[in-house]
Design a protein around this ligand. Structure first.
Ligand SMILES: NC(=O)C1=CN([C@@H]2O[C@H](COP(=O)(O)OP(=O)(O)OC[C@H]3O[C@@H](n4cnc5c(N)ncnc54)[C@H](O)[C@@H]3O)[C@@H](O)[C@H]2O)C=CC1
Ligand SMILES: O=C(O)[C@@H]1CCC=N1
Length: 275
């Protein structure tokens, strides 16, 4: 992989996960700058991974080849206004954005220029090189930039390219927000294990190792559907059946469907109402 100078604008959760993942996998830390107004997270990243840290977005962007926007959507307008005031030339840079709810056309409008922009929707497991990242590029983005972005994110997990920008909002519901759904489910099982009298350490082990085993089994069993794997655990008249029947009675599928629709609706709301 080419080692371009990468500048992250925003040093929060997802930047931290990507930076940790790519540096651990050999991306040279001195080719990475992390920006944020306050020392906090960027200081931690600089100390832990040896990346460069800066409070000056404009100066960092000027010397960067690849700029990754990684701030909350609510911050983007003010940020772009500052960058417009600084009269930055974006023409020879690859712009990557993980920002939810900001379309390519909106970004160009806010920065008042055409951008060589790829939207990325990663998830926090990039931290352990097991991320899932969806990508969408504007038509004019060249093959070399698409290739660099694919390689960068493949170094911390799997990548898929989307044909429609609108699918970014769907991917948020399916894979970007989804780690939180799995954590929530694990939390619920862990909490009940504690109430059943297991120690914190034992409860965590039981939940964690089960989740790990489930993922490994799913990966090894590509010929079986998820439903078939579930049925292999569920004996007629047995314990699992009793639990699954309860989930079904409470309409777990409807709950999950409504939750995912809520995530998509929020992405669409942010698209329309961030400004
Ligand atoms: N956390 C996640 O799992 C994922 C987040 N995203 C998206 O990534 C973006 C960032 O999310 P998080 O990292 O979770 O948020 P966060 O709140 O943890 O981090 C935001 C960062 O932006 C910085 N910031 C705020 N204003 C700034 C400015 N003017 N200039 C430079 N930096 C500034 C903050 O100091 C902070 O470091 C959001 O748009 C989110 O939707 C996308 C995929 C997954
Ligand atoms: O909750 C959020 O808005 C971001 C987008 C995907 C994961 N976290």
């Amino acid at each position: 992989m080419k080692h371009h100078k990468i500048v992250f604008i925003g040093s929060g959760n997802i930047t931290s996960a990507i930076v940790s993942g790519i540096v651990e996998n050999g991306y040279p830390s001195q080719k990475i700058t992390v920006c944020a107004p306050s020392e906090g997270h960027r200081g931690v990243l600089a100390k832990k991974w040896g990346v460069i840290s800066s409070a000056d977005n404009a100066a960092a962007i000027r010397q960067g080849d690849v700029i990754i926007f990684s701030v909350k959507p609510q911050k983007i307008r003010e940020l772009c206004q500052d960058l417009c005031d600084a009269k930055i030339d974006f023409s020879n840079k690859l712009i990557l954005s993980v920002v939810t709810g900001i379309s390519i056309s909106r970004f160009c409008e806010l920065l008042n220029t055409k951008l060589n922009l790829i939207r990325m929707m990663p998830n926090t497991p990039v931290r352990v090189h097991e991320g899932m990242t969806a990508l969408f590029a504007a038509e004019e983005v060249n093959e070399a930039d698409r290739h660099f972005t694919t390689e960068l994110m493949c170094s911390v997990g799997k990548v898929c390219w989307l044909k429609n920008e609108a699918d970014i909002n769907k991917v948020i519901a399916v894979s970007a927000s989804a780690p939180a759904y799995f954590f929530l489910f694990m939390e619920a099982i862990e909490r009940e294990a504690l109430l059943l009298g297991f120690s914190q350490e034992r409860a965590r082990l039981l939940v964690q190792q089960t989740a790990r085993g489930v993922c490994a089994l799913v990966e090894k069993s590509s010929a079986l559907s998820l439903s078939e794997l579930r049925q292999q655990v569920t004996s007629k008249g047995g314990t699992t059946e009793a639990a699954i029947e309860f989930f079904n009675k409470k309409q777990l599928f409807t709950i999950v469907s409504s939750a995912m629709k809520a995530a998509i609706a929020q992405a669409e709301f942010l698209e329309k109402n961030t400004f």
